[in-house]
Ligand binder design. Structure first.
Ligand code: TYM
Length: 337
């Protein structure tokens, strides 16, 4: 296989819970823009979702719901390949081959395993531990050149690079393309919780007030922003002065990411004023972004058969795109398939 010359974008999202603003700004809205520039494959990482407690009935409906949320956000199945990871067996097959390339010491350094397993490391699933190797397989199977993700995934993409280079070296092949993490700037890289500026916005946070969900009504969005934690100081002119003010920095960053401005532009309008001025404007900007996506999501939910049709058709396409590589990977290690 020769090295691809074109840009190929691959990224995934776990179908657990709904989409939140962190996912949207950190990944999904950037995926949407990349559809104009490159061949794109986007998938629901349902094999990753079973590394923690599984509720089979919920998982099935979450896959469909997340597919609808991605399409509502602008992922266009006519231009991008949109599928469920579990529907393309080559992901799991390649993950096994790569587990024999990745080193235990490399996985021991993964901070997300430490965070997710917490105090019960001995009781965590083996899948949660080897999760980043499956993620490497997702990326390397399609010879992705760019992987648009939020900052929390950077270490996993770097691991995929290390695995690609070691496999190529060990077996003296040019099979895998070491991928680049493609991380947004400003708040888009890491949207923080509305309740705690030191924690990232996350679907696993027990407080729903910590995040803005794609499904939140306009009133709920306004209320969450009104109640977002802040400090009592007025906003400065210089963005550098926001550094020690995590919550203030987060709100200014979200505002800038939503309106496509820089934090400097936002501060240019609000410097000297308090959050009583910024918060209503931010709530309006968020409602302007999210309300049309929410309406579209509601429409898409009305036609589950169409969602299933899209996912089935695109998984076939993804399987075709991954087929040559999985054959070559088996051959490289001395097996045939
Ligand atoms: P997941 O499902 O946790 O998140 C999906 C995407 O949203 C980004 N993100 C954020 N970005 C900015 N601020 C936040 N607060 C925030 N929260 C989430 C994530 O960085 C991610 O880009 N392991 C991955 C899914 C995955 C994957 C892959 C990604 C599986 N295989 C291959 C890329 C390539 C995950 O759990 O993302």
């Amino acid at each position: 296989m020769s090295a691809p010359t074109a840009m190929r974008v691959v990224s995934g999202i776990q179908p657990t819970g709904g989409l939140h603003l962190g996912n949207l700004l950190g990944a999904i809205l950037r995926w949407v823009r990349m559809q104009d520039e490159a061949e794109c494959l986007f998938f629901l990482a349902d094999l990753h979702a079973i590394t923690v407690d599984v509720e089979p009935a919920a998982l099935r409906s979450n896959v469909r719901e997340m597919a609808a949320a991605l399409i509502a956000s602008g992922i266009d199945p006519a231009r991008s390949v949109l599928f469920a990871q579990s529907a393309v067996p080559a992901h799991a097959e390649l993950a096994w081959l790569l587990q024999c390339t990745a080193r235990v010491g490399w996985l021991n350094r993964m901070t997300q395993f430490k965070e997710k397993s917490g105090k019960s490391r001995e009781g965590a699933s083996v899948g949660l531990y080897t999760y980043p190797v499956l993620q490497a397989a997702d990326i390397l199977l399609y010879r992705a050149t760019h992987v648009p993700v939020g900052e929390d995934q950077k270490q996993h993409i770097e691991l995929a690079r290390d695995i690609a280079v070691k496999f190529n070296t060990d077996f003296d092949v040019e099979l895998f393309v070491p991928p680049e993490p493609f991380i947004g700037g400003g708040a888009a890289a890491r949207v923080m919780s509305l309740r705690d500026g030191s924690a990232k916005m996350s679907k696993s946070d027990p407080s729903d007030m910590s995040r803005i969900n794609l499904t939140d009504s306009d009133d709920v969005i306004a209320q969450k922003i009104r109640k977002a934690r802040t400090d009592a100081d007025p906003l400065p002119e210089d963005p550098a002065l926001l550094e020690p003010r995590a919550e203030a920095k987060n709100l200014v960053g979200i505002y800038a990411a939503v309106t496509g401005e820089t934090p400097q532009d936002v501060l240019g309008r609000f410097a000297g004023q308090g959050f009583g001025a910024l918060k209503p404007a931010l709530a309006d900007a968020l409602i302007g972004l999210l309300a049309p996506l929410r309406t579209r999501l509601e429409e898409l939910r009305g036609d589950p058969a169409e969602l299933d049709r899209i996912l089935a058709a695109d998984s076939g396409r993804a399987a075709e795109l991954g087929a040559p590589l999985i054959v070559d990977a088996y051959r490289a290690v001395g097996l045939s398939r």
